[in-house]
Ligand binder design. Structure first.
Ligand SMILES: *Cc1c(COP(=O)(O)O)cnc(C)c1O
Length: 238
């Protein structure tokens, strides 16, 4: 069911931006999926977005995922939930109960812990390796020089399925700097998938680009853009 509301209009506008950027890049619009970043947004507004066609939501904190699970789980078509914030190891069990993909794997011990838990409960979880392409100290993510090794090790673990790479773009007004970071993520994926190593067969995902720079990310090959404020409005500073 598609309802007409400010959120549905904002979603339509973002879809149009994504389609236009894909066309400029010579790509098919449905090459690029949108993950709606609903962190800090109430469960009710997140549900409104789902009813307006948002199929996957991104959340930063496990506590918030848990708090929204009941409302979102009761929808006719519950969304896929991606964790896009840093995961503390004491939150792994709760995360596994409620998320469909963890996009923020940046160290082997965390990946091993998730793998162990998945094996114990008999499930497979999609994961992305988060890379800090800009090297900004405020950002999580494995260093680009260590990303291939980490990804190949994650790919070999049982219980988790490596789906690709994620990054948060450089915080820079210079579009060329931002783009270079996205290009680097694409090159790392090329190395990982091209390695032919076990578990890298389905690792084509590039989760990159947000409300402010999704065009740059799509130009560099993003397969998922993560959009929050363009749909839900500015967030309170946290
Ligand atoms: C909040 C968030 C986004 C969305 O950012 P906007 O600028 O609001 O579109 C994307 N990725 C991550 C990891 C986020 O935490």
């Amino acid at each position: 069911m598609i309802t007409s509301s400010p959120v549905s209009e904002a979603i339509a506008a973002v879809r149009a931006r994504v389609a236009a950027a894909a066309e400029v890049a010579g790509r098919a619009p449905d090459d690029v999926r949108i993950l709606f970043a609903s962190k800090t947004v109430s469960a009710e507004r997140a549900a409104e977005a789902v009813l307006a066609g948002a199929e996957q939501l991104g959340e930063s904190r496990v506590q918030e995922v848990v708090a929204k699970a009941e409302v979102l789980g009761a929808l006719p078509q519950p969304p896929r939930i991606h964790l896009i914030g840093h995961l503390q190891s004491n939150k792994v069990n709760a995360a596994l109960r409620h998320v469909d993909c963890i996009e923020t794997i940046d160290a082997l011990p965390l990946a091993e812990r998730i793998s162990d838990r998945c094996v114990a409960v008999g499930r497979e979880l999609d994961v992305l390796v988060q890379v800090n392409v800009s090297g900004e100290p405020s950002k999580f993510g494995v260093a680009p020089d260590d990303a291939v090794e980490l990804a190949l090790r994650v790919a070999a673990l049982p219980g988790v399925r490596l789906r690709g790479l994620m990054t948060i773009g450089a915080n820079s007004p210079d579009a060329e700097v931002v783009r270079a970071g996205y290009a680097l993520l694409r090159e790392l994926r090329h190395t990982i998938v091209g390695s032919g190593a076990p578990g890298t067969e389905d690792a084509a995902e590039l989760s990159m680009g947000m409300s402010g720079d999704l065009e740059l990310a799509i130009a560099e090959g993003a397969t998922t853009v993560r959009v929050g404020s363009a749909v839900f409005g500015a967030r309170p500073q946290v």
